[in-house]
Design a protein around this ligand. Structure first.
Ligand code: FE2
Length: 374
């Protein structure tokens, strides 16, 4: 009886989530409902989100060189080598090599990811990095790919493959991050060769077609009970046979030197390429994911000084939730660390129970329900 009342009370939240970017088939019984998805709920959300993104992008492409817009529209990503003048890049690299401060680390499989949030206080100590973030083309491309006009979250990101014991990194498998257009960007500070974890993307897979929509529908029917945890959470994994059936070309590995910018719509299929050896990849990394259906009329994140305080605020919010007993914040604090440091906190400091690492700092509706019950 008690459970029934709780379920009834939670239905309005689950219903409202249909109009947001919430994507987990496991945590929301409406999103995960086989019956609703048979009638087309998932493909409808996806199709409306894509239309809304194209409408927003019409305005966001205006100040971008046409050849880059063409490249993005065709492939779903753009690559710009030698993005900064050599002397500017060299100053930026010196800044990052010398900086030591608070960072966060998490583990996925056998790979450690470290992030340093590029908030104003940190940028004041790295003027070369601030120069990069203030390059108008960088912000414009990220806004175009993410179809949202606001300051993205910027970090220095370090990827350390095979740094701890564990199963293979789940990011190695081709997947779409979510059901709608969304952005990630990488400005490389180290070279990424074919065999050292390059960015891999299926060109054109950011666009829907009837075969893709049929595949999405089939996936949505089984996702809630899928043995693949990340597909169940709405980040569908895909194999090359299915890609070919959808009419997409083979995945392309983008091996690039340092000082290269890659901006991608990670609603298209992509992966982190295999890294044969332990190593280190360092980049300035950007991320943004807003409501896929509605753009706010007034968006405080458009103001640089406000938007650049969002990353540490989000970490603090998740720390606070964890202190309240509602889940594990998988981004664990590490003090006094540099982006190029090879040593990692490891399992002992990260304390991420098996099966939770895929949450990657997300607050799920289950966590919120537990919070409300307390
Ligand atoms: Fe991804």
């Amino acid at each position: 009886m008690h459970k029934t009342i709780k379920t009834i009370l939670t239905y309005p939240v689950w219903t409202l989530q249909l109009f947001t970017g919430v994507k987990s088939f496991r945590d929301n019984p409406l999103i995960g409902s086989r019956r609703l998805n048979e009638t087309g709920l998932h493909v409808l959300r996806q199709s409306v989100a894509h239309r809304a993104a194209s409408w927003r992008r019409r305005r966001l492409k205006r100040a971008i060189p046409p050849h880059l817009v063409t490249e993005f529209d065709r492939d779903g990503f753009v690559v710009i080598r030698d993005f900064l003048p050599a002397a500017t890049f060299s100053r930026l690299l010196d800044d990052v090599r010398q900086y030591r401060g608070e960072a966060r680390e998490t583990i996925q499989g056998d790979t450690v990811t470290r992030r340093i949030a590029l908030e104003p206080r940190v940028l004041a100590r790295m003027p070369g990095v601030r120069t990069l973030l203030d390059v108008p083309l960088l912000g414009r491309l990220i806004r175009l790919a993410g179809s949202r006009d606001c300051e993205p979250l910027y970090y220095i990101q370090t990827i350390l493959p095979h740094a701890v014991t564990g199963v293979p990194d789940p990011q190695l498998q081709l997947h779409a991050d979510t059901f709608h257009p969304t952005v990630k960007a990488w400005f490389t500070l180290t070279e990424t060769a074919e065999n050292s974890g390059p960015f891999v993307y299926v060109p054109g897979s950011h666009r829907l077609n009837p075969a893709r929509q049929a595949w999405e529908k089939r996936m949505s029917l089984e996702a809630a009970g899928s043995a693949d945890r990340l597909s169940g959470r709405g980040s569908f994994r895909v194999d090359e046979e299915a890609l070919a059936a959808m009419g997409y070309p083979a995945p392309r590995a983008v091996a690039v030197p340092a000082n290269t910018l890659i901006v991608a719509d990670t609603g298209g299929f992509h992966a982190r390429g295999v890294s044969e050896q332990p190593g280190i990849r360092v980049e300035i990394w950007a991320y943004e994911r807003g409501n896929p259906f509605f753009a706010p009329l007034v968006d405080p994140w458009r103001i640089h000084a406000v938007g650049r305080r969002r990353a540490p605020a989000l970490w603090a919010f998740h720390d606070w939730l964890e202190e309240g007993g509602v889940g594990v914040h998988v981004w664990r604090k590490r003090g006094d660390v540099g982006a190029f440091d090879l040593d990692v906190g490891g399992h002992a400091s990260v304390h991420v129970p098996p099966g939770l690492s895929g949450r990657f700092g997300q607050v799920t509706s289950r966590m919120l329900r537990r919070f409300v019950r307390r």
